[in-house]
Design a protein around this ligand. Sequence first.
Ligand code: NAP
Length: 236
Amino acid sequence: VGPVPDGTIVIIGGTSGIGRALAEAYAGRGRTVVVAGRDAARAQAVAGEIGGSTTGIAVDLARPADVADALAGTSGVQHLVLAAIDRDDNRAREFDLDGALRLVTMKLVGYTEAIHALLPRLTGDASILLFGGLAKDRPYPGSTTVTTVNGGIEGLVRTLATELAPIRVNALHPGIVGDSPAWAGKPPAVLEAVRARTPLGRLITMSEVAGAAAFLLENGAVNGVNLAVDGGWLLM
Ligand SMILES: NC(=O)c1ccc[n+]([C@@H]2O[C@H](COP(=O)([O-])OP(=O)(O)OC[C@H]3O[C@@H](n4cnc5c(N)ncnc54)[C@H](OP(=O)(O)O)[C@@H]3O)[C@@H](O)[C@H]2O)c1
């Protein structure tokens, strides 16, 4: 009997930002990677840019009823990563119902449905990683839905790590990731305000967050953890 081959890494939200950085890291290690976003052509194009054994598929988490069909061709999954986000700017005083429903649906119901759909096709040593964010602890103006769903991710980890045992389930909650597409183009004063509150004296990077993601996915003892990766930002 030979060694068990390593399984596939599926990254929903793998066409951009941190998810893409993680896909590049695993593809660089010779692993089989599937990146997913809302659009098949974009996902396939990104997969081609990443190279190695990377393929791209369309999975729209904001349409949970379609997620199982979208994932039907994916099997042998060792690591499932849910990194997708469709940020809204929302406040209770001027509540944008459509934006709130879209984000809550994709981040909480969509994440869970993707897990449900892939469960029968996870390998015996599988692990799952959800992405939240530190808006759960440190809200900003307009973060009402983002703060809400990131808090929801914390609860999702607790229930899934117990319900799905022995499959490991963890979440990573980044601080402000300075070189991510979502933040790199923000006004310098905005980024400087974050840097000034970060004990490192600089913003964290996508590469560092991808490294923490790989640790959560691969360390067999780490389970049910909501890990903040923020350079100490919450301390100041
Ligand atoms: N960047 C940061 O500083 C930061 C801070 C805190 C938390 N986070 C968290 O870290 C994770 C990654 O963030 P990021 O900034 O690196 O991401 P990003 O660059 O904004 O990319 C978002 C990803 O989500 C996908 N996506 C959007 N709507 C989707 C949907 N309905 N169904 C499926 N996929 C969808 C996008 O793919 P398509 O456009 O191809 O559909 C894209 O791959 C997110 O969960 C975010 O909340 C990030």
